[in-house]
Design a protein around this ligand. Structure first.
Ligand SMILES: Cc1cc2nc3c(=O)[nH]c(=O)nc-3n(C[C@H](O)[C@H](O)[C@H](O)COP(=O)(O)OP(=O)(O)OC[C@H]3O[C@@H](n4cnc5c(N)ncnc54)[C@H](O)[C@@H]3O)c2cc1C
Ligand SMILES: NC(=O)c1ccc[n+]([C@@H]2O[C@H](COP(=O)([O-])OP(=O)(O)OC[C@H]3O[C@@H](n4cnc5c(N)ncnc54)[C@H](O)[C@@H]3O)[C@@H](O)[C@H]2O)c1
Length: 444
């Protein structure tokens, strides 16, 4: 433990790539410092997962209520102002809560922008701090289109703080953020146009299920323009801004640039120290070590080839805890990491994808139309399809679902995929009934 240095481990950034590992390391008695330039907690709580889901859950409830209109009486519209106020109530206290937890464990929290000066030292303003090991966990930031009038566009952080929902919202991109925020804006009463780079949305998900979600959004009034060639944004008198395409102007009040996220690798001393990185992030080996001794990377900024999601950041920061405390010397062994798009209905998946399975004789795919299921019929789900992928020994190795309950279903069956449970082990699992869990495990 530190005697030569101020700290055993110093983390740059205070998101999930840091605090899920720094906390248990401090609990083991290590001397820890965390430097944060913005809000403690990073993207996920403040302007990512938690903030988004706080706005989205009322959207999903409203959609269910609309389908049950003759059973549940009352107004089924979103009050955006109240929705936003509720988000602030739930979210705004999180940085203090996380700071409190960190500081209660004697972790030194340093506010400011950190820069590496050598492989044991970080500077923040005029101060220097030394550490045996340094973890770079600086995350990603929104990519912004470099077109004429780009300052008229907004990013996901701006959208998550909108006090009023604009009348017309134009979303650029068709990835996670574009599809989730188009869903929210549409449900909150905005007229939504989505400008797609190519002709596919959510490329990493099963396209048949993505088409079902897009068709549903179209039925609700969302306009998708494929292969949109964006020339720029201009201020007009009769609308706030217009997006210029090759063959038309899209009149709009708000432009959300959701064209991806890029790693925070600039101005932190990587070039001076010769730390390798590219547009996917900082290069790390299978111990999350960079090419420079004592410096590691964790979370979104690390290029591990894994999905850049909160569960990945948590897994990586916890792995570094085990590595630094000597509990393991092994390489990081990523389990199957699930993912979900919080559209309504959601698309969630884990493990071997349907596409991969259909192109291999190693697997069989069993697909079920869940709208026929009595339990789903209660809430009148109109889009609910599930595919389970099995290997030759009938272990469940992958699952994809499109439905309102897709996230809960995939989370529930996760142990079967991650631990490759056999039929005897599965037989020992007794589920609550009726429940999404029992429904999901029944056909494994
Ligand atoms: C709109 C949105 C919705 C999302 N929804 C989901 C979801 O539903 N589920 C999910 O799993 N994932 C979601 N994600 C992704 C998830 O938020 C990230 O994977 C996760 O936050 C990564 O954590 P991190 O610690 O690696 O990075 P971050 O949380 O981004 O933390 C990095 C921190 O480093 C700080 N920093 C940067 N440079 C410096 C410096 N030089 N000095 C000091 N501090 C610095 C930053 O201020 C930031 O606080 C979403 C992301 C966005 C943008
Ligand atoms: N539910 C979740 O887990 C969740 C939700 C939001 C974000 N995230 C994380 O944040 C990351 C970033 O999300 P995102 O939606 O910004 O990125 P993304 O990579 O999912 O989507 C980016 C979209 O922008 C489009 N695009 C790229 N360049 C373009 C250009 N020049 N012009 C027009 N369109 C262009 C792409 O075709 C794509 O549709 C995700 O990959 C994910 O890791 C996760």
């Amino acid at each position: 433990m530190a005697d030569k240095y101020d700290y055993d481990v110093l983390y740059i950034g205070a998101g999930h790539g840091t605090f899920d590992g720094a906390i248990p390391l401090a609990q083991k008695g290590y001397k820890i410092a965390v430097v944060e330039a913005d809000k403690v907690g990073g993207t996920c709580p403040n302007w990512g997962c938690n903030a988004k889901i706080a706005l989205d859950i009322p959207v999903q409830l409203t959609e269910t209520q609309k389908r049950l209109q003759n059973i549940i009486n009352g107004d089924t519209s979103i009050n955006w102002k109240e929705n936003m106020l509720n988000k602030h109530k739930v979210i705004d206290g999180l940085p203090d809560a996380i700071s409190g937890l960190i500081e209660s464990l004697n972790i030194k929290l340093i506010h400011g922008f950190a820069k590496l000066s050598d492989n044991h030292t970080v500077t923040v303003g005029d101060n220097s701090y030394s550490a045996d090991k340094i973890v770079i966990a600086t995350g990603l930031r929104p990519h912004r289109l470099d077109v004429e009038g780009k300052e008229l566009a907004h990013d996901s952080k701006d959208f998550l703080n909108l006090d009023e929902m604009p009348k017309h919202v134009t979303v650029i991109g068709a990835g996670y953020i574009a599809m989730e925020f188009a869903t929210i804006a549409n449900a909150a009463g905005a007229q939504v146009t989505v400008l797609m780079h190519g002709d596919k949305a959510l490329r990493q998900f099963n396209q048949e299920y993505v088409d079902m979600v897009m068709k549903d959004l179209e039925d609700k009034g969302v306009r998708f323009i494929k292969n949109a060639d964006i020339k720029g944004f201009v201020q007009k008198d009769d609308c706030v801004t217009a997006v210029q395409l090759a063959d038309e102007d899209v009149r709009t009040d708000y432009i959300l640039d959701a064209t991806g996220r890029i790693p925070n690798v600039e101005n932190i001393g990587l070039d001076d120290l010769g730390i390798q990185y590219d547009k996917k992030g900082i290069k790390v080996n299978n111990h999350l070590a960079t090419n420079v001794d004592n410096i590691y990377a964790s979370g979104d900024v690390a290029d591990t080839g894994q999905p850049k999601l909160t569960p990945t950041a948590i897994f990586e920061s916890k792995y570094l805890t085990s590595l630094f405390s000597g509990e393991t010397k092994d390489a990081i062994d990523f389990p199957a990491i699930p993912s979900v798009v919080f559209t309504t209905p959601r698309i969630a998946e884990v493990g071997v994808s349907m596409d991969e399975a259909k192109n291999s004789d190693e697997y069989t795919v069993e697909e079920t139309d869940m709208t026929k299921d009595w339990y789903r019929a209660i809430t009148k789900e109109q889009i609910a399809k599930r595919a389970y992928v099995f290997d030759k020994e009938h272990h469940l190795v992958g699952a994809t679902e499109v439905s309102d309950q897709a996230d809960s279903v995939i989370d529930s069956i996760l142990p079967a995929v991650a631990l490759k449970l056999d039929q005897k082990q599965i037989g020992r699992l007794v589920h609550l009934f009726p429940s999404i869990g029992s429904d999901a495990w029944q056909s494994i």
